[in-house]
Write a protein that binds this ligand. Structure first.
Ligand SMILES: Cc1cc2nc3c(=O)[nH]c(=O)nc-3n(C[C@H](O)[C@H](O)[C@H](O)COP(=O)(O)OP(=O)(O)OC[C@H]3O[C@@H](n4cnc5c(N)ncnc54)[C@H](O)[C@@H]3O)c2cc1C
Length: 457
């Protein structure tokens, strides 16, 4: 029997990820009442800590993790919550696996050979230049929008990059940023995203870029800290299913029968999942079309855990790129102090989709084989292996974030953030800075809370 419990509040927030929690906290701070409905039995959404070490006294992250120096909102929240950051380990040589052999290199772009390296540099500079013409609040208004939105990143690469190795490197860079195949992503979306983060290099870099810093104790502490401040306003295990709305009033109905009446709702879900809620009356076609078009990236975050980071003694940073795959990008993901030693491998885009069809054991064997080819036989036998397949998570639908295929931004873009009566939209996919990242999620929550506060007066 379903419980027909009824609650009333000023604002319902759907989703207790960083966006939803930020929005709720801003509203409560502004004197409004809010209730957050969260489907899972935990907060944090695409951020998730995992305990590691002999006494499980250390933490690694299975989802969002790193912070860039220009992610001011996420850094400010960490500071406010009294959290410390530490730099991603990057001392020593990086590794490149290419054509059956392993090469050492330094910096972000692997040692691909003179011509391919120059080609990659020029391609990234071109993309950065094109991205400068994009207003991240309205990418569809850019002069190049019609042309950029009718092609994929793959077709742009084919036309602008000649050598096989450089094309491969560009594919891996795109997959590392969007967890999607270049053939799936609109060029306009890629330019928008590059602009929202600053530059392509900034998205890829460790020092000075999106992989620079980590949070002591794990990034999920950001969401846990916000949830603690909200207390009982956050209701776990509440799967929102339906929103009945009129101009001034709405009801959000959860799977267990809980019905929350409010004046406004902030749907703080990836648009793909927002589109799976039932709206009564139905939403305008342009909004429905948008949620039909935004796809989630596909990523499996895999970690091999050892008693120590043995690769450091060999002068290796733990950062590696493999053109052989299926895991293509690797990092030293050890907690501060280096105990235990943790090597992180990403399966992204097509590699994620292909390996998700395998058994977990077969996927683990493939990942460990890749790690061992790079870091030697000792890497083949970790003490423990953990992974998180985000595409298998019904309340995420994939990761790192949503992206648009060709045609979506120009036809449906204005519906991404525009409120519809009392319905407002948050989530990192709606951010204009650091879209797709934790910082973007926070920005979106702040923006949605402002919108709602203005509407409530
Ligand atoms: C593997 C991985 C690595 C990443 N690495 C980084 C990184 O290093 N740095 C970085 O900044 N970002 C990273 N990201 C991205 C970052 O995690 C996200 O941008 C951010 O956490 C998104 O927050 P959000 O609040 O917008 O969405 P979410 O975190 O997805 O929050 C949505 C919430 O809604 C809930 N929900 C879903 N459906 C319903 C429903 N029907 N009813 C109620 N609740 C529902 C979900 O359970 C979830 O809690 C990574 C993501 C992944 C997956």
């Amino acid at each position: 029997m379903s419980d027909t419990k009824r609650l009333e509040t000023d604002v319902v927030v759907v989703g207790a990820g960083l966006a939803g929690l930020t929005a709720a906290r801003e509203l409560v701070r502004g004197g409004h009442d809010a209730i957050v409905l969260e489907a899972r039995e935990r907060v944090g959404g695409r951020t998730l800590n995992e305990a590691v070490g002999p006494a499980f006294e250390q933490v690694v992250e299975l989802g969002g993790e790193w912070l860039a120096p220009t992610q001011h909102r996420a850094l400010a929240l960490a500071a406010e919550l009294g959290l410390e950051t530490f730099p991603t380990y990057s001392t020593g040589a990086n590794l490149l696996e290419r054509d059956g052999s392993i090469h050492r290199y330094s910096g972000t772009i692997p040692s691909l050979g003179l011509l391919p390296l120059a080609e990659v540099g020029i391609a990234m500079a071109r993309l950065n230049r094109l991205a400068r013409g994009i207003d991240t609040a309205a990418p569809w208004t850019a002069r190049i929008a019609p042309r950029a939105d009718e092609q994929t990143v793959a077709s742009w690469i084919r036309r602008n990059v000649r050598t096989r190795v450089a094309r491969e490197a560009m594919r891996i860079a795109v997959e590392a940023v969007w967890a999607a195949d270049p053939a799936d992503v609109s060029l306009l979306h890629a330019l928008f995203y590059i602009r929202s983060g600053g530059s392509f290099e900034r998205l890829l870099d460790t020092e000075g870029g999106a992989q620079q810093d980590r949070i002591v104790g794990g990034s999920q502490l950001l969401a846990l800290g916000l949830a603690q401040q909200l207390g009982e306003r956050v209701r776990l295990g509440a799967v929102a299913e339906r929103i009945e709305h009129s101009a001034q009033l709405l009801d959000v109905i959860a799977a267990d029968g809980l019905r929350v009446r409010a004046r406004r709702v902030i749907v703080a879900l990836p648009p793909t999942l927002a589109g799976r809620l039932r709206y009564e009356p139905a939403l305008p076609a342009v909004r429905d079309g948008l949620t039909q078009r935004m796809a989630m990236g596909a990523v499996v975050k895999c970690m091999a855990i050892y008693d120590e980071p043995f690769w450091r003694a060999d002068g290796l940073s733990g950062h590696a790129t493999s053109l052989a795959g299926p895991a293509a990008i690797f990092y030293d993901n050890s907690p501060p102090g280096g105990s235990p030693g943790v090597l992180l491998a990403f399966l992204e885009g097509r590699a994620a989709r292909a390996t998700l069809r395998l058994s977990a054991a077969a996927r683990e064997a493939l990942v460990l084989d890749g790690i061992a080819r790079l870091f030697g036989p000792r890497a083949r036998t970790p003490q423990r292996y953990v992974e998180q397949a985000w595409s298998d998570e019904p309340f995420s639908g994939g990761g790192y974030a949503g992206y648009f295929p060709p045609g979506a931004w120009t036809d449906h873009g204005p519906a991404l953030r525009a409120a519809i009566g009392p319905l407002h939209w948050a989530g990192t996919e709606t951010a204009t800075v650091w879209n797709g990242y934790m910082d973007g999620a926070i920005q979106s929550g702040q923006r949605a809370a402002r919108e709602v506060a203005d509407a409530l007066g």
